[in-house]
Design a protein around this ligand. Structure first.
Ligand SMILES: Nc1ncnc2c1ncn2[C@@H]1O[C@H](COP(=O)(O)OP(=O)(O)OP(=O)(O)O)[C@@H](O)[C@H]1O
Length: 251
């Protein structure tokens, strides 16, 4: 089976005024269709950098990224198109990812219209996706500042799933939600995984949530993968010293 996403020996550094930070050092992993991969690690270990590299908002110093078997080329038009068609992202603070002057419904419709769906159908579907994500259709008429953080997060999931992505990257996407909304979103992720074969890269500090929804998990420490495996196995029998500390501090 061809992975939806494959990272090979990825390195990324950031240059600061008087120093260089090695944010990602030789990271490799694959995600297959319908699989949810959890990415866990302390603040600053390079998780968001990986998400930025996958969506080409940053470019790697070294290494290769493949989406559905196709190599992503920096600045390549085809690569950009493929990322847009295949990958969607949901962020921790969704309000900043919405255009403040656009109603939520119009933001959700945008991706569908870009894919050739008629305006009327896109509008109907936007309402349906909002409902799938636990919001009334009427939320389509609201602006981002007129909804709560949790509601905005659900609208952001609606926007992401409206274009039926093969890979959905959730970067701390459930961290700011209260437990009931979080449970709804987790249920939704499970449903989409099963029904649409959507693959997930689920970036989180929350090992308990990762254990609940992820098929595999990766532990990152200082830019490197230090452990990889099934969440239950890692949590009950961590092999790496850092993993042990992380699990003890989280559970
Ligand atoms: N644009 C940038 N310029 C310079 N350094 C950066 C930049 N972006 C990230 N870094 C540094 O790279 C390292 C990895 O950052 P990254 O945001 O990937 O971590 P993270 O694991 O996502 O952290 P968090 O969980 O806090 O979001 C950190 O040391 C961070 O300070």
């Amino acid at each position: 089976m061809i992975p939806v996403l494959e990272l090979k020996n990825i390195h990324k550094s950031y240059r600061r005024k008087n120093s260089t930070v090695q944010a990602v050092k030789g990271v490799e992993f694959k995600i297959f269709p319908g699989e949810c991969l959890g990415l866990v690690g302390e603040s600053g270990c390079g998780k968001s950098t990986l998400a930025k590299l996958i969506t080409a908002s940053e470019s790697a110093d070294r290494g290769e990224i493949y989406i559905k078997g196709n190599k992503i080329l920096e600045g390549g038009k085809n690569s950009h198109k493929m990322i847009c068609e295949t990958v969607q992202m949901v962020f921790q603070v969704p309000v900043t990812s919405f255009n403040p002057r656009q109603r939520l419904g119009n933001s959700i419709m945008e991706g569908m219209i870009n894919r050739g769906i008629g305006k009327k159908e896109a509008r109907d579907r936007a309402g349906e996706y909002l409902e799938i994500c636990g919001l009334a259709k009427e939320y389509a008429e609201r602006y981002p500042h007129q909804v709560s953080g949790g509601e905005c997060q659900r609208a952001s999931f609606a926007r992401a799933i409206a274009v039926n992505p093969s890979l959905l990257i959730c970067d701390e996407a459930t961290s700011a939600l209260d437990v009931t909304i979080q449970a709804q979103i987790i249920k939704l992720i499970g449903k989409l995984k099963k029904e649409n074969n959507t693959a997930y890269l689920f970036i989180s500090h929350d090992i308990a949530v990762v254990q609940e929804i992820c098929d595999r998990m990766i532990i990152m420490h200082q830019g490197q993968i230090v452990e990889e495996g099934r969440p239950d196995e890692i949590i009950s029998n961590p092999k790496n010293e850092y993993t042990k500390i992380l699990i003890d501090s989280c559970l």
